[in-house]
Design a protein around this ligand. Structure first.
Ligand code: ITT
Length: 192
């Protein structure tokens, strides 16, 4: 199978992790392919949104297109922010603002047993003759304050008990070994 893939994402951190997790593939960015589109993410599920992104970029390029729709589901908040993870609290917030908002919403919920959350990653890979899907999940506990400088998004507040670290305190190799994205992409690789 052709090893060249286009990453159907505008998130540079996702592209970096795609390359780390799938070193055998030649992964190019939308920027490198000269594409600047914002695919409307109006699906109700991660899987639906991943499919929309991969299909749209494949249709424009005819290069096998890999999309990731992912996010943080907090059990005590009924699964919020979920598919809205990237825009939680509105467009004006950055990663630090969104993690602060999560910590604010979790104020008063002090027992770790009630601070459970999961990162979910849905992958869609659209090629000329076949479409593949995969999903990965990692469970953790929300911290009370940000910890660690690595990763992106909600990593500084996502503590993984088995590792005794937040995903922002892990090296990228450590994170990829247990992460929702690592699990989903390794599952995809097995299908290819
Ligand atoms: P694209 O749609 O262009 O791929 P995006 O950042 O908007 O980029 P999503 O809609 O899938 O992507 O939103 C995912 C958000 O969930 C992301 O912006 C982070 O806030 C959060 N997230 C996903 N994976 C994460 C990870 O590994 N570590 C920390 N936060 C993560």
């Amino acid at each position: 199978m052709e090893k060249r893939i286009i990453a159907a994402t505008k998130n540079k951190n996702k592209v970096r992790e795609f390359k780390e997790i799938l070193p055998d593939y030649d992964i190019i960015t939308q920027e490198e392919a000269g594409i600047d589109v914002d695919v409307v993410e109006d699906g109700k599920t991660f899987a639906e949104n991943a499919m929309k992104k991969a299909q749209a970029i494949f249709d424009m390029t005819h290069i096998p297109a890999l999309a990731d729709d992912s996010g943080l589901e907090i059990f005590a908040l009924g699964g919020e922010p979920g598919v809205y993870s990237a825009r939680y609290g509105g467009e004006g917030l950055d990663d630090a603002g969104r993690t602060a908002l999560v910590l604010e919403k979790m104020k008063g919920i002090d027992d770790d047993a009630l601070r459970g959350a999961q990162f979910v990653c849905a992958i869609a890979f659209v090629t000329e003759d076949k479409t593949y899907t995969a999903q990965g999940i990692v469970e953790g506990i929300l911290t009370h304050e940000p910890r660690g400088e690595n990763g992106f998004g909600y990593d500084p507040i996502f503590y993984v008990p088995e590792a005794e670290k937040t995903t922002a305190e892990m090296t990228s190799a450590e994170k990829n070994a247990i992460s929702h994205r690592g699990r989903a992409l390794r599952n995809l690789a097995e299908q290819l």
